[in-house]
Design a protein around this ligand. Structure first.
Ligand code: ADP
Ligand code: MG
Length: 243
């Protein structure tokens, strides 16, 4: 599981995460929601140690660490267990879909090219992109590029998937195909933390919703009750914007 205990993080004088605690159980899909600037990306990046927390404890599967006790080994162990999917797909433009997915398998995991391409083909199949393996990103729609990015994350076989607004950069008609892939991963009981503004998706697919407000968790709970009866005024105000 992912366990976050009393995590705080500032950038200079700006307190971005304030005593944040929550958990993602094995096999759960958790939606992290909140206004722009509330600290969602920082929280996700902290879990991956792209940002260093100032204080608090984090558990990523069998790796636990305190903010004051982060070594290169910790970072390597955390990165081994997590994969992140960003709003912007960040594919290599000079590599095909297949090469994009295979790249880290070859460079980071030192697999043979044959094995890497074999795995990459399977992961492209998982996201419905097998027929596009030899295409370059410029020949793919945004939704297709994001599906390749998801295949690339899956290829490394991470225990935990972290999504940061995976559909925010897409044209509206392309959002569904990417959410559909994430929903399939949820059904396969992948453990996932997803920052999203897609409230219907969070309601229907997430096992739990965590609402971040100005760096604090203002409310969390079962999506069915959260979306119908948010208990805090902040969550009520936030959700009103989506009605
Ligand atoms: P969200 O993803 O919820 O929109 P972020 O985590 O990106 O929020 O940002 C939270 C706050 O932290 C914002 O005020 C943002 O400007 C600030 N911030 C994020 N990253 C940095 C950084 N590297 N340096 C300084 N301020 C940052
Ligand atoms: Mg963000």
């Amino acid at each position: 599981m992912i366990k976050v205990e009393h995590v705080s993080k500032s950038f200079g004088k700006l307190e971005v995460l304030k005593d944040v605690s929550f958990q993602v159980e094995e096999g759960q899909t958790v939606a992290l929601i909140g206004s722009s600037g509330s600290g969602k990306s920082t929280l996700l990046r902290t879990l991956n140690l792209l940002e260093t927390p100032d204080s608090g404890d984090i558990t990523i599967g069998d790796v636990s660490f305190n903010a004051n006790d982060i070594t290169k080994t910790t970072i390597a162990e955390v990165r081994q267990r997590t994969a992140m999917v960003f709003q912007r797909f960040n594919l290599f433009t000079n590599k095909t879909a297949l090469q994009n997915v295979a790249e880290a398998l070859i460079v980071v995991q030192h697999k043979s090219k044959a094995e890497a391409f074999d795995i990459a083909r399977k992961r492209l199949e998982d996201v419905g992109m097998a027929n596009w393996a030899d295409h370059y990103p410029r020949a793919l729609s945004g939704g297709q590029q994001q599906r390749v990015a998801i295949a690339r994350a899956l290829a490394l076989n991470p225990e935990y998937l972290l999504f940061d607004e995976p559909t925010s950069a897409l044209d509206p008609e392309l959002v569904g195909e990417v959410l559909g892939i994430i929903q399939q991963l949820a059904q396969r009981k992948k453990t996932m933390l997803i920052v999203t503004h897609e409230m219907a998706f969070a309601r229907d697919v997430a096992d739990k919703v965590v609402f971040l407000d100005k760096g604090r968790i203002a409310e969390e709970g079962n999506p069915k009750s959260f979306f119908v009866h948010p208990t805090t005024q902040r969550a009520q105000q936030f959700l009103a914007r989506f009605r």
